[in-house]
Design a protein around this ligand. Structure first.
Ligand code: ADP
Length: 200
């Protein structure tokens, strides 16, 4: 059993294009925890053409969320892996209040709790530009301008409200996502330290 006081059970939340994935892998290294990205897991499944991938693609390509039941099962399974015993950073989950309640249930069931929720704050105009640039480099099928705008709307409607929930619990740390990647990483580390989450 890991001492709950030294574990890092973290979320990173922010609009599409805020740089969550980039920061998530850095945080994972620093705190020696796995970065678990539901978007990455879905994309892997799309690439390998699994049943889950075919289903997820139909939502992702439209900029819609994959249904909660599907996403919840996926995360519940991933959190049983041994590497997540001492902590984890979830990137892109929860994205709806139902997903947040589901995650609470999983953690409660193990006597665990979240240590901090990182909100990566970024201006929508800037994030659209970043995503369009990524589209031209990586060709992600959900990175067309129309789908990007829709993803931002879905984020504002379905995911932004979760931040209030975590703020009320005293877990939210807001970090400016603009600036050099290293600077943003340093801001996150400082904000986490203020919540008592320190590097491994
Ligand atoms: P971004 O946040 O940059 O849009 P992600 O890689 O996190 O990118 O997610 C890409 C897509 O994967 C989402 O638009 C959605 O269709 C799907 N997805 C990822 N995580 C979730 C989730 N927690 N619930 C529902 N759908 C999700």
């Amino acid at each position: 059993m890991t001492d709950p006081d030294t574990s890092a059970r973290l979320l990173i939340v922010g609009p599409p294009g805020a740089g969550k994935g980039t920061q998530a892998s850095r945080i994972a290294d620093t705190y020696a925890i796995p970065a678990i990205s539901t978007g990455d897991i879905f994309r892997e499944n799309v690439r390998s053409e699994t049943e889950l991938g075919v289903l997820a693609k139909s939502f992702m390509d439209r900029g819609e969320y994959v249904p909660d039941e599907v996403t919840n099962d996926l995360v519940a399974d991933r959190l049983t892996w041994a590497d997540a015993d001492g902590g984890f950073l979830l990137d892109g989950f929860p994205r709806t209040t139902a997903q947040a309640a589901f995650l609470d249930g999983i953690l409660d069931g193990h006597g665990h709790h979240l240590n901090a929720v990182i909100e990566l704050v970024a201006d929508p105009d800037e994030t659209v530009q970043r995503l369009l640039k990524r589209a031209s480099e990586q060709g992600r099928s959900d990175d067309t301008e129309e789908v990007i705008r829709h993803r931002l709307e879905v984020y504002a409607r379905q995911t932004a409200p979760l931040l209030d929930l975590y703020e009320e619990r005293g877990l939210l740390v807001q970090v400016d996502g603009l600036g050099a990647v290293d600077e943003v990483t340093e801001r996150i580390a400082a904000a986490l330290a203020a919540k008592g989450v320190t590097a491994a």
